[in-house]
Design a protein around this ligand. Structure first.
Ligand code: DX5
Ligand code: ZN
Length: 223
């Protein structure tokens, strides 16, 4: 049974496989989950919404075959509703889309809800937080980008913390606030203070030799 992190109110650490060694994906997944990562974050990029191409359904399917962990898909793509069914079919439990690529965010969330148990909405650092408000009733997760999306290994942008606070105030107790980009053992603290529940990290986990120690350091930052 895949655990459901939406049910948990304790801070969750999600390892983003964008920085994994894809030659050994199953082993990398096993390493970070044994090392204490709560679930996996899957960064799907199309080369249009962001200036990078990562992976799509085949890698999500391979990830699903390697683990029963919760899979959180972050779609950095145009036309998210068009591709959501394939993402879910491949094995993702949550599908997060970007507000910048849709004209009606509430409608996009409802459309994705038809095929996905969980739905998230995300926004770039430059996007005003008010843009997501009309969709808040229709999502389970709000993902605040703390870097300009496209690449792992960038520096955390502290100016997005005010957005975290503004969203937190508007969320129901059953909704979760997630942050993505530049999260490490230091930045995780300020994000937690701003009300974040889910912390995504790629380089702070995968670029370290001892993934268990890296995740423990993040967890200490959350205490
Ligand atoms: C950025 C991706 C992130 C990325 C995070 O475009 O959405 O999930 O993998 O990488 P780090 O943790 O290295 O900033
Ligand atoms: Zn991401």
């Amino acid at each position: 049974m895949t655990p459901n992190p939406l049910r948990s109110t304790t801070p969750q650490i999600a390892a983003s496989i964008l920085s994994a060694d894809f030659r050994n994906l199953a082993r990398e997944i096993d390493d970070v989950l044994r090392g204490g990562s709560d679930f996996l974050h899957l960064d799907v990029m199309d080369g249009h919404f962001v200036p990078n191409i990562s992976f799509g359904p085949p890698i999500i399917k391979a990830t699903r075959a390697a683990t029963n962990a919760y899979l959180d898909a972050h779609l950095m793509i145009m036309e998210p509703a068009r591709y959501a069914p394939a993402i879910v079919k491949a094995g993702a439990q949550n599908v997060t889309f970007h507000v910048e690529v849709v004209t009606d965010a509430a409608q996009a969330a409802r459309e994705i809800r038809k095929v996905s148990n969980h739905v998230g909405i995300s926004l770039n650092p430059a996007t005003p937080v008010e843009r997501i408000f009309p969709a808040l009733d229709h999502v389970d997760v709000v993902l605040i980008m703390s870097v300009v999306p496209g690449f792992s290994g960038q520096s955390f942008m502290p100016e997005v913390l005010a957005k975290c606070e503004a969203v937190r105030r508007r969320l129901r107790p059953d909704q979760r606030l997630e942050i993505d980009g530049g999260i490490n053992a230091d930045t995780v603290r300020s994000a937690k203070s701003a009300g974040v529940d889910w912390f995504v990290a790629a380089s702070a986990i995968f670029d370290q030799k001892d993934r268990g120690a890296a995740i423990a350091a993040l967890r200490r930052g959350l205490e």
